[in-house]
Design a protein around this ligand. Structure first.
Ligand code: RIB
Length: 313
């Protein structure tokens, strides 16, 4: 099935992860330690790696359930509503009292590169019981997606449960702070790091294509089913038991790279859930991510399926 035919077969994706309100400043460059910069613009917009991936999967054709936590505050209500606006099932998005919604402080420079500092807030309160309460959603999904902005115990629990249920398990190890628990990778069908995450997790310097392949091989040896390494302007690399395949990037004029990786992962998950072949799913994900970098913000930048298919690639 190719990307055009997917509309006949909507698949289901469950995303377990974070919801953040993004506080974004545009600046001529990224600040150095001790430096005060004058920014050019400030916006708030819905974000969080989990929520961004859920929105991407939904806009790109999947039926999506989100599992996460927000605080009982205006940011939390706005983030939940943003997901509902994209027809995402929010039964699993808990509204917790006495804890603030997660936030992300983001600086974006002129060429579109960013720095991000997150404060977990309610994301840090997500518990394994919240995932267990959404067993029906897990059962109905083809693909389950996790990242690392919620407690490690919840990620490990979800990966194990999704694997036991026979789901396709996608782990985006972001933000990576250190090695992953050794038992995780055998539960993962697709580990999807970026260059810096791959380097940190594998201990192999990701410089050039040889370095990227070596890092991906090291992660495969630790048990991941396949490693789908995103390389920004250098495209993506898929490493698995059959070998390594490189996917060149689509060239676009970058405005803001925020959530490009999330768009890639959400699109990839949506395409897989709809029965798309792996190579087609990767190309579709690359196209969606390429379009997202031509627009500002996290969720506001994520294209829908028609926009991706209509773009003159
Ligand atoms: O990947 C981009 C996201 O990272 C932002 O939306 C921010 O909230 C952080 O989670």
């Amino acid at each position: 099935m190719n990307a055009e035919e997917q509309v006949q077969a909507p698949g289901r994706v469950v995303v377990v992860g974070s919801l953040n309100m993004d506080l974004v400043v545009r600046a001529p460059c990224l600040p150095q330690p001790g430096q005060t910069l004058t920014g050019t613009r400030f916006v708030t917009a819905p974000g969080g790696k989990g929520a961004n991936q859920a929105v991407a999967a939904a806009r790109l054709g999947a039926q999506v359930s989100m599992i996460g936590c927000v605080g009982d505050d205006p940011n939390g209500r706005a983030l939940r509503q943003a997901l509902l606006d994209d027809a995402i099932d929010c039964e699993g998005v808990r509204i917790l009292p006495d804890v603030p919604t997660g936030v992300a402080l983001i600086t974006v420079e002129e060429a579109g590169q960013n720095t991000i500092v997150i404060v977990a807030g309610a994301n840090g309160e997500l518990a394994t019981e919240h995932v267990d309460a959404m067993e029906q959603a897990l059962l109905g999904a083809q693909v389950v997606v996790c990242q690392l902005e919620v407690p490690e115990a919840v990620v490990g629990h979800t990966l194990a449960r999704a694997r036991a249920l026979g789901k396709t398990v996608v782990l985006n190890p972001a933000p990576a702070a250190g090695p992953l628990p050794a038992q995780w990778l055998p539960w993962v069908d697709y580990l999807v790091p970026n260059e810096s995450e791959a380097q940190l997790l594998s201990g192999v310097p990701v410089a050039g294509r040889d370095g990227a392949e070596a890092a991906a091989q090291a992660l495969l040896q630790r048990g991941a089913g396949k490693v789908l390494l995103t390389l920004g302007e250098a495209g993506a690399l898929l490493a698995g038991p059959e070998g390594v395949q490189h996917f060149p990037a689509y060239q676009v004029s970058a405005v803001d790279a925020t959530a490009a990786g999330d768009t890639f992962i959400g699109a990839f998950a949506a395409a897989l859930a709809q029965g798309c072949a792996e190579v087609e799913a990767i190309r579709f994900a690359q196209q969606a991510a390429a379009l997202s970098v031509t627009r500002e913000g996290a969720q506001p930048s994520i294209p829908d399926r028609q926009q991706v298919l209509a773009w003159p690639w």
